[in-house]
Design a binder for this molecule. Structure first.
Ligand code: PMM
Length: 271
């Protein structure tokens, strides 16, 4: 899944694809590089970000989605608002990537159910302006598993088709760096829940913190790609269904190395 943020302020690519032509060109490039899905978002969810209204979000994503649909691209809309999801699905999006896992908008389940479309339910505890205060866990892996399980149960109870559901640990959303590492280390626990797992580590701040310089300055966003590739390989090896990334080509190269290695099973080891 290639990331296309048509926002002025996303941490990773904010402002770069606000122009329709630039957004379309970037999405086509990601498709050509091998992305199966383009995730189009119109609201930044970076830590501390305030909200934009639904009309602004719709005005950002719908023209891009309509244009990309005309080019035959498969897209999800990255939104936690039912009205935005509805507009995006009408414009040609294939599914909904909901960072709130259905919690932010009680109408989202109905929209997804009526559309019969895929729904990615991410682990979430609250909007970006207050999520840092919500990063408290007894056991982050068990807690995220339980909270995601509740989101899935609620989606199913609302009549959403089980075959359309995917889950996501929500790295960086009400998570400290150590929480992200713990979830990465035990991704198998989420994979064992039986739903496709999306892993979205690309360029996130916990990688910047890991790679901080001697003075403690985090590695800048644009220099976290090698670390991202390492997380992708580890996640795919642990059974992730998909990864949400900015550099599609690099991540696909990394996964191909993993595939070639894991597929090359020698009949016997050299003595
Ligand atoms: N992270 C961001 C945005 N959307 N969607 C899912 N499913 N999972 C995530 O972890 C996630 C997301 C924030 O990152 P960005 O600014 O690079 O889009």
């Amino acid at each position: 899944m290639g990331v296309l943020n048509v926002t002025p302020d996303s941490f990773s690519d904010g402002g770069r694809y606000a122009d329709l032509g630039d957004a379309v060109a970037h999405a086509l490039r990601m498709r050509d590089e091998g992305a199966d899905l383009i995730d189009v978002g119109g609201e930044s969810t970076r830590p501390g970000a305030g909200r934009v209204d639904a009309e602004t979000e719709i005005a950002r994503v719908v023209p891009v989605i309509a244009e990309l649909a005309a080019h035959g691209l498969a897209m999800t809309v990255d939104t936690s608002r039912a009205a935005v999801a509805e507009a995006a699905l009408s414009a040609g999006a294939l599914g909904v990537n909901d960072v709130s896992g259905g919690l932010a908008d009680p109408d989202m389940a109905r929209v997804v159910r009526d559309a019969g479309c895929p729904w990615i339910l991410m682990h979430w505890r609250g909007h970006s302006d207050r999520m840092a205060d919500l990063a408290h866990y007894d056991d982050v892996v068990a807690d995220v598993r339980e909270e995601l399980s509740a989101r899935v149960e609620e989606a199913l109870a609302a009549g959403v088709d089980a075959s359309k559901i995917a889950i996501d640990p929500g790295l960086g959303f009400a998570k400290r760096a150590e929480d992200n590492w713990a979830l990465s280390a035990r991704l198998d626990v989420l994979v064992d829940m039986g739903w496709p797992v999306l892993f979205a580590s690309s360029r996130k701040s916990y990688l910047g913190r890991l790679l901080a310089d001697a003075e403690g300055h985090p590695r800048p966003v644009g220099e976290r790609e090698a670390a991202t590739l390492a997380t992708t390989v580890l996640a795919v090896a642990a059974g992730a269904w998909g990864v949400r990334v900015h550099d599609v080509r690099g991540n696909i190269d990394a996964v191909r190395v993993w595939q070639a290695t894991s597929g090359a099973r020698p009949l016997s080891s050299p003595s």
